[in-house]
Design a protein around this ligand. Structure first.
Ligand code: TXA
Ligand code: MG
Length: 313
């Protein structure tokens, strides 16, 4: 299959409407989208990125009206979070409507819903005129793509189209919050922090898999966000051992020489740069990447979550 590269929203939207799979930018990471109500198109997403069939997708909407076509019940807690955080880097898990094909939600009775804030994503979704289900646009197991070139590296020849936009602003995936019960549970940390969620719904909790019988976020079972290199989390001022041509990313300079180093001015820049840095290290065949630990507040909590997931082998 030839993958069309385009900067035109209309061209990308036509692809969606004709049952194709299209990668598009959002403010978090690039997504790999298909018409949420077209089961055949949805199946192509799993095939293209070799995603396990038990991992549900997030439905992206361009308008508030579309939420009603995806979710049967938007409870008062969910309404509060929608009012405060949509559009933005927040996904809410809601009871799904029967119209959504099982393939999109891996057979679950719930669906993740998100309204991206990025202007290009919004324009694209409105032009599609249907909700677009999309996981991150990487091959399963690789770091999420933050540029269209990252998408191209993984999926050229496997998808119909890439909508070319800028590098993504946030660089880490959305915060996922389960709103199907009275108490909202954070399933995945993201740019919408626990502190800011609690400012709206004070009793919001962090979901811990071992506290509960059934895992609520199937995707968190799978290995995620990892480069081929070994990831090691270190403290500021860490001394890089010997002659090793290692990678280093952080805000404080490391001691010793590296094969590739990325120094960031802020936690935000660190989060924005992480996945691209992982990919760059892989291209350079770097075998170990040292990543500086950060405070777990604001986006720092999401950054540490991704680093810990990448560190597990
Ligand atoms: O920022 C993002 O969320 C990006 C952009 C493209 O929107 N998307 C993204 O999708 O990161 P993905 O598929 O890579 O990650 C979605 C996560 C997975 O861990 C999945 O298991 C979880 O959300 N998820 C999706 N639907 C769910 C549901 N109904 N119940 C529980 N967890 C769900
Ligand atoms: Mg993903």
């Amino acid at each position: 299959m030839e993958t069309k590269l385009t900067r035109l929203v209309a061209e990308a939207a036509i692809c969606i409407k004709s049952g194709g799979v299209v990668a598009f930018p959002t403010e978090t990471v690039y997504g790999l989208g298909a018409d949420a109500f077209n089961a055949e198109a949805v199946a192509k997403i799993f095939e293209a990125k070799r995603r396990p069939g038990d991992n549900p997708l997030i439905a992206h909407v361009g308008s508030m009206d579309e939420i009603g076509s995806l979710a049967d019940d938007v409870n008062p807690t969910a309404k509060l979070l929608i009012e405060r955080f949509f559009p933005g880097p927040l996904t809410l898990v809601l009871a799904k409507s029967h119209r959504v094909p099982d393939a999109a939600t891996a057979g679950l009775e719930t669906i993740g819903v998100r309204m991206p804030a990025s202007e290009l994503a919004n324009d694209f979704l409105r032009t599609c005129g249907v909700p677009v289900v999309a996981p991150s646009a990487n091959l399963s197991g690789r770091p999420s793509p933050t540029t269209w070139q990252d998408v191209y590296e993984d999926l050229n020849g496997r998808i119909e189209c890439i909508l070319q936009g800028e590098a993504t602003d946030i660089g880490l995936e959305s915060t996922v919050v389960d709103c199907t019960t009275d108490t909202p549970f954070v399933l995945r940390a993201g740019a919408v922090s626990l502190e800011s969620l609690r400012a709206v719904v004070p009793f919001t909790q962090i979901y811990r898999a071992d506290d509960h019988a059934a895992p609520r976020s199937p995707g968190m079972r799978h290995k995620h966000y990892a480069p081929a290199a070994e990831v090691v989390i270190v403290d500021a001022g860490f001394e890089i051992p010997g002659q090793e041509a290692a990678g280093y990313i952080g805000m404080a300079r490391a001691n010793g020489s590296t094969g590739l180093e990325k120094l960031c001015d802020s936690v935000e820049e660190y989060a924005r740069s992480l996945f691209a840095f992982f990919r760059e290290c892989d291209r350079m065949k770097i075998r170990r990447i040292y990543c500086e630990r950060v405070d777990e507040e604001g986006i720092g909590a999401a950054l540490m979550d991704r680093l810990r997931r990448a560190e597990v082998r």
